[in-house]
Each structure stands twice: as C-alpha cells, then as structure tokens.
Write a protein that binds this ligand. Structure first.
Ligand SMILES: [Zn+2]
Length: 288
C-alpha cells in the first residue's frame, strides 16, 4: 500500500532538522505520485519530501494488519537487551524505563530480567498505539494518553520507532527531555539510504519508514547537545533473515567493514564514514 496523491501532505522544501534547502541527494521512494527521500548535506538526516497524512498512517498501522518485526523475535531481542544492559551503570536500585513504541514490551521485559538477576528492581511503561503487552512490571499507555509531563525515566528506549513518526524531531526532543540525570537514551534507527542507492534490490521500507537516520546524523545531532554524551554508536543487530542467504551474507559483509572502521579508530565515537550498514544503535547518557 502506497499513499495516493490525496494521502500525501505538502512537499517539504527544507530539511526538517536543520532547515538546509539543498535537495540534491535523493532516492525515489515511489513513482506515481512521485515521492523522494532527500538526504540533507549538512545534518545528514534523510526524510521523505512528502509525508503520508494521518488517515493513511492510521490505516497502515491498523493492529489487525500490522505486526512489529523485532519485538516478535525474542532471540534477537535478548541479544539487543544484553547489548544495551552492558552499557548501563546505576547507583540506585529502582529503575524506571520508558519504552516508546515498545510493541508487546519484549525488549523491556528482557532488560528487566537482566536487572532482576542482579538484584535491581526495574519496571517499564510501554507507550504504543495499542496494547499487546505480556509480562510483569510492564505497564501500558497509548500514544494519546501519554503526556510528556514532569515524570522522568532512568532509561528511555526508542527501538525502531522514530523513523515511523512524521514529527520525529519533535518526539525525539520530547523523549530526551524525559531522561533523568545520569540516565540513558537508547535508539535503533535504519541507515539504508546509501545502501539502497548501491544495491538495487535493497529497498527503503516506504511508506513505513519516513526517515532514514544513520550514525552520521546521530553524531552530528549530539555534537550540539552538551547535556548528553554518546556512550555507544555502532551498527545494529542485523534485521535481515538468514533464510535469504545471499542478502544475509552481503549484509554481514558490508557491516563488517563498518566494524573494521571502528576497530581502526582511536575515538570510537567520531563520525562514522561507512554508510552501508542497514541500521544503527545509539546510546547516550545524560550528564548530572
Ligand atoms: Zn539538515
């Protein structure tokens, strides 16, 4: 299902983050009507030049049709939970998690289990469009119900969700404002723009993905945020299934070059140059 002309909002002429109007680096998302993804030459955010409207997105994410892919795969989620957990350091023993777009809460559940093993209490508030939760110490609020009010969280998770939101920058800023001092923000985003240009059969998941948000954007973005430090910035766990052998090995190969780039660097948090990775993991910590 792709948006028709009635389902598209008006064309975006300036970068939605930095306002730059250079629209030269593009990728075709759909031909009729034409929608392109534009990669900003300044801040490196890639965005659809026309966003689908609210009605279209509501249908697209109808719970009867839509199932989130990562949260249904508990092995992959377990690996991811461990990766995040390894970077965390807390002095207190009651951890509050906000899991924005957390689906059935699987990632929260796995992280809570890791805390519990180390005698630390943890609970999570999952915010999503509908409730499909299972597990203890996990609570639900719908996107409409959830207010970005005074309550802060030790960990804010945004795993594979930001790229789906038309107002991504706004939500991102709101989520960052919910991170307690010495707390963490984790996100996983697709970095597929250059990969889709390089390999014909590798397609951006339009219209579900409205943005492509790579390691290059994240490093630039957090350079301007003095109250956050990057803790981890690297390729994410692969999303490609092993069933498609050629695609899987190609993805692994391209990713390994990114890992090699980081291996060679002394400063692991500098701007990543190799963009053919598929997805990015980022953890930042808020200063005291
Ligand atoms: Zn920009």
């Amino acid at each position: 299902m792709i948006p028709s002309i009635e389902n598209l909002n008006k064309e975006i002429k300036n970068c939605l983050y930095c306002g730059n109007d250079d629209q030269n680096n593009t990728l075709i998302l759909q031909k009729n009507p034409l929608v392109k993804m534009i990669k900003c030459s300044i801040c490196k955010l890639a965005y659809a030049n026309q966003m689908p409207n609210e009605i279209f997105l509501k249908n697209l994410y109808d719970p009867k049709i839509y199932k989130s892919n990562l949260t249904n795969n508990s092995d992959k989620t377990k690996k991811l939970a461990q990766k995040i957990y390894n970077e965390l350091e807390f002095k207190h023993k009651n951890i509050k998690i906000l899991d924005y777009g957390g689906g059935n809460g699987e990632l929260s559940k796995q992280i809570i289990e890791l805390f519990n093993k180390n005698n630390i209490n943890a609970e999570s508030l999952v915010v999503d469009i509908y409730n499909s939760l299972k597990g203890e110490k996990i609570y639900f609020k719908s996107v409409e119900e959830f207010k970005f009010d005074k309550e802060n969280f030790d960990i804010v998770l945004a795993s594979a969700v930001l790229e789906h939101l038309p107002n991504f920058i706004n939500i991102l800023e709101n989520l960052l404002s919910k991170v307690a001092n010495n707390g963490y923000f984790y996100c996983r985003t697709p970095w597929e723009f250059e990969l889709s240009k390089l390999i014909k059969f590798y397609k951006i998941k339009w219209p579900r993905h409205l943005y492509d948000i790579g390691g290059d954007f994240w490093v630039n973005f957090f350079k301007n945020k003095n109250d956050f430090n990057i803790v981890l910035s690297e390729t994410s766990v692969t999303e490609i299934s092993k069933k498609n052998t050629l695609r899987y090995f190609m993805a692994q190969f391209l990713k390994s070059i990114s890992k090699f780039e980081f291996y060679l660097k002394i400063n692991k948090l500098s701007l990543p140059k190799w963009p053919f990775v598929g997805g990015w993991d980022l953890i930042v910590r808020k200063n005291d």
